[in-house]
Design a protein. Structure first.
Length: 397
């Protein structure tokens, strides 16, 4: 079924098709229409789920933690300060290895207050132990939500599906809604390795001592450090699982094929622009213009950000002369987080292209294609002469 709808509705269809069993909802712009649409599905009997409105974002994720611990497929969504308000629970869900899926509809973080788009919210939580995937259009939103449930349940790690507020959440685009019977064949029912059961009471995630110790059965139990090591190691192994699930999804639905990095005109490129989310697609217009000028430029959109697919990034970028990283977030006092990750990935390689960082669109500042064109053209013309200082596009001082 092909429809024309908003990005939030695309996400809601993904949750519906995944047959989520518990939905925790608290309104925050620009996420609110997503959970509202899910409430309509539940009310109409199209989705058999417990829809639980709560009093805060912190409680929303707490509901998902409880439901997932009891063996239910769980979902919530949030934005900006709502994500930060649930930060304690964000870390808890990852440490508890619960396969929750959460859409983060990206928005700038206060203070000062803004309701407009950038990526500072999800980027601020990049080290919380969640998998983070970024969508570039409505089709990727619905497809990624479905795959996110598969991935979370396969590796027992929660997943954030991130997409741009307003630019995607409220705009209307055509996209295909997969058939429910196809999704049912693709996504197996949730069968947790362990779930709370009143008939078998248990304590989960109690105070853990620094060192390993015998458990109640006399078996050696890991300490806090070992538990963290397992999470990190499993996140790294999840990189391969992402590709496996993407390949299976492509076989079933005919879409996908770029689980880590989505290239555009980059095979013969001397210079590549890199970005997250819808900005990667806007940069395609810039690259087309530069190609008409004889500049061999390309684009790589990063789809999987955590765990960071360093080998795929090196394969995509190490051969070029220069890399321009455009970001709608900042690691304050350093540079854009994505830029730093790309530099780290390239560090051990034989080839180290020039890497420059451009900060754009914070708090919804208009990202003009003409400004992107001028910046990328300047970089491609003389990359070695560009300052190493992070550059801000659209700044008005």
């Amino acid at each position: 079924m092909h429809i024309i709808e908003s990005g939030n509705v695309a996400a809601a269809y993904g949750v519906k098709l995944a047959r989520a069993q518990v939905i925790a909802a608290y309104p925050i712009t620009p996420q609110t229409p997503l959970t509202e649409k899910l409430s309509e599905f539940v009310e109409a009997g199209e989705l058999q789920a417990e829809y639980i409105p709560v009093e805060s974002e912190h409680s929303a994720l707490a509901v998902c933690i409880a439901a997932s611990s009891a063996g239910a497929r769980s979902f919530t969504a949030t934005s900006a300060n709502g994500l930060l308000y649930m930060s304690e629970q964000v870390h808890w869900a990852a440490g508890a290895r619960l396969p929750i899926v959460m859409c983060v509809v990206n928005r700038g973080v206060g203070a000062p207050w803004t309701i407009w788009n950038d990526h500072q919210d999800s980027i601020s939580q990049r080290d919380a132990g969640w998998i983070q995937v970024y969508a570039c259009d409505h089709q990727q939103i619905v497809d990624t939500v479905i795959q996110a449930f598969y991935l979370a349940e396969a590796v027992s790690i929660p997943v954030m599906v991130c997409y741009d507020g307003y630019l995607l959440s409220h705009t209307y685009m055509p996209f295909e809604v997969p058939e429910a019977v196809q999704v049912d064949r693709f996504l197996p029912p949730f069968k947790p390795a362990y779930a709370l059961d009143p008939k078998q009471p248990a304590n989960l995630n109690t105070v853990t001592l620094p060192d390993v110790r015998p458990d109640i059965r006399g078996d050696l139990a890991p300490g806090y450090m070992e538990i963290r090591h397992y999470l990190h190691a499993d996140l790294r192994q999840a990189i391969g699982k992402v590709a496996e699930i993407d390949a299976r999804f492509k076989d079933a639905f005919g879409r996908g094929g770029f689980p880590y990095v989505e290239p555009y005109r980059s095979d013969d490129a001397d210079f590549i622009a890199v970005a997250l989310g819808s900005l990667a697609y806007q940069l395609r217009d810039v690259v087309d213009m530069l190609r008409e000028e004889g500049v061999k430029a390309g684009v790589c959109g990063i789809r999987l950000y955590r765990p960071f697919p360093d080998e795929a990034v090196v394969d995509a970028l190490a051969h070029v002369k220069g890399i321009a990283v455009f970001e709608k977030a900042l690691s304050y006092g350093n540079e854009g987080a994505l830029c730093g990750d790309i530099k780290a990935a390239l560090y051990h390689g034989d080839s180290r292209p020039v890497v420059r960082n451009y900060i754009v669109g914070l708090g919804g500042r208009d990202i003009r294609t003409v400004d992107l064109l001028a910046s990328l053209r300047s970089f491609c013309t003389a990359p070695d002469h560009e300052t190493d200082t992070t550059q801000w596009i659209g700044l008005k001082l």
